[in-house]
Write a protein that binds this ligand. Structure first.
Ligand code: ADP
Length: 479
């Protein structure tokens, strides 16, 4: 309003000045004797107004230049130079500029916050996806519209679908198994605030039939409505397999323990009842009881050693073991048994050093077990050979025990390293526990990171072999 008044007053003053200058021009013309022509008034007024306008324009231009310089100079306040009316314009413009800068700064801060939040959300999502990806449990998530929003790798394998392709598709299209689909639908219909649905079912999936436990629950949104249904499938096959193996082990172990115990019990009863009349018979019974006791103790020792290795709690006494010396010592142990059965027991030991990092007692037990089996299952007059060799290329030591005995049929050869497995037809040939070869396999493969195997032809004999990595120190030449 003030500015308007000033402009009107300025205009009136300028008009009055123009009129006065016109009249003054006419008066001056009259004085000097020129005709007082009204055109002269007009010309005088125009000239004067033009001069005033030119001066005003120049001063305004200067003021505008200063204003521009001050506006460009951030944070400056009006310097007090230039016309008063321009100063108020400048102040208003600067207030707008300050407000604009503040708004811009606030907007930038908000944008940064949003960027950080978005990055955190993406990071969190990736982390959750990575966790779900490595989980053994199958996880399927669908939204309230029955569309799949997540399938982890385990669920993909279990349900026979590709996780990336499944996302966004209707649940009915992705999940073939009707039971799983039904449980998810029922959970969705039940809504939030209901306990998770939990049951066991047989899944007819990509990997055939498998027993699994399913847990399905609703996830609420921030208004308490159903946002998603999370379903977790836990494969029970492995657990069932382990529990079956355990019960098989217990039943086989009880059976194997019962055999020597029953025999001992029977002979003790005969002795107690006075059935053994003479010293020779009593001695025979005592010897049977002694043999059965030894068998029982061997069986228990083997069972304990196998379970300790399987549980990873066996104490390993590692040292540099010369396999040649170890084999010679094992052969010396087995010589009386071989001689009693007229079996020719001999060694073929390569002259190169065969030192391994291992547990000498355990490795000796392996060689003795293999030799004992070879002697047991080779008819009298046969031949058993132990060979030791080393391979510098694979840096491993090879030991083989070959016999000219009964041999093992391919169907049995597949199982002889399993717990309690004994070739049915040979049970009468020799007594055993069926645990010796399983213990050998554990000692070689689990404790020494080696390999064990067998080649055999029925009726021609068998060759049991094992390899263990050489010690890191250079092999010594045989003396
Ligand atoms: P066992 O105490 O019965 O000898 P092992 O685990 O050592 O138990 O051997 C398992 C089975 O493998 C034996 O019962 C036997 O039937 C068969 N077997 C092992 N070694 C030989 C061999 N050298 N010749 C023929 N059969 C063998």
């Amino acid at each position: 309003m003030q500015t308007l008044m000033r402009s009107i007053l300025g205009g009136v003053a300028l008009g009055a000045l123009s009129l006065t200058s016109g009249l003054a021009t006419m008066f001056a013309a009259n004085v000097i004797g020129l005709t007082a022509d009204p055109w002269l008034v007009v010309i005088g007024a125009v000239l004067f107004t033009s001069m005033v306008a030119a001066v005003s324009f120049m001063s305004m231009n200067r003021a505008m230049m200063r204003l521009r310089a001050e506006l460009e100079d951030h944070g400056s306040t009006p310097s007090g130079q230039g016309p008063r009316w321009l100063r108020s314009v400048l102040r208003t413009m600067m207030e707008y500029q300050v407000r604009h800068r503040q708004a811009e700064a606030a907007w930038r801060t908000r944008q940064r916050e949003l960027e950080i939040n978005a990055k955190m959300a993406i990071g969190g999502q990736r982390q959750a996806e990575a966790v779900l990806g490595v989980m053994d449990e199958a996880v399927v998530v669908c939204n309230a519209f029955r569309e799949i929003t997540l399938v982890n790798a385990a669920a993909g394998a279990m349900l026979g679908c590709h996780p990336a392709d499944a996302v966004g598709k209707p649940m009915a299209e992705v999940i073939d198994d009707s039971m799983v689909r039904r449980i998810m639908q029922e959970t969705l219909e039940a809504g939030v605030g209901v306990d998770p649905r939990r049951c066991e079912l047989t899944l007819h999936g990509a990997r055939g039939e498998s027993a699994c436990e399913i847990v399905s629950a609703c996830v609420p949104d921030d208004r308490g409505r159903t946002a998603a249904v999370v379903t977790v499938l836990h494969d029970l096959s492995r657990e069932r397999e382990i529990s079956q193996l355990k019960s098989e082990f217990v039943s086989k172990a009880s059976h194997e323990l019962r055999t020597p115990l029953s025999s001992m019990q029977a002979y003790v009863e005969l002795l107690v009842d006075g059935e053994a009349n003479d010293e020779a018979t009593r001695r025979e019974f005592y010897e049977i009881i002694q043999a059965e006791t030894e068998r029982l103790s061997r069986l228990v020792d083997n069972m304990l050693n196998i379970s300790r290795i399987e549980a990873g709690i066996i104490e390993i006494d590692r040292s540099e073991v010369d396999i040649r010396e170890l084999v010679e010592s094992a052969v010396r142990t087995m010589e009386p048994q071989a001689r009693s059965r007229r079996i020719d027991l001999h060694t073929e030991i390569a002259p190169l050093g065969a030192t391994v990092d291992g547990d000498a007692d355990m490795l000796c037990q392996v060689v003795v077990n293999l030799l004992s089996n070879a002697v047991k299952y080779t008819p009298e007059g046969g031949r058993v050979t132990v060979s030791v060799d080393s391979d510098t290329l694979t840096r491993s030591v090879h030991v083989a025990v070959s016999d000219t005995g009964l041999g093992i049929a391919p169907a049995d050869a597949e199982h002889v390293f399993e717990k309690f497995y004994r070739v049915e037809n040979y049970k009468r040939v020799a007594k055993g526990t069926g645990l010796g070869l399983n213990l050998c396999r554990h000692i070689i493969e689990t404790v020494h990171r080696g390999q064990i195997g067998l080649e055999s032809t029925i009726g021609m004999g068998s060759r049991f072999w094992f390899t263990v990595p050489m010690a890191q120190t250079p092999a010594k030449l045989a003396a």
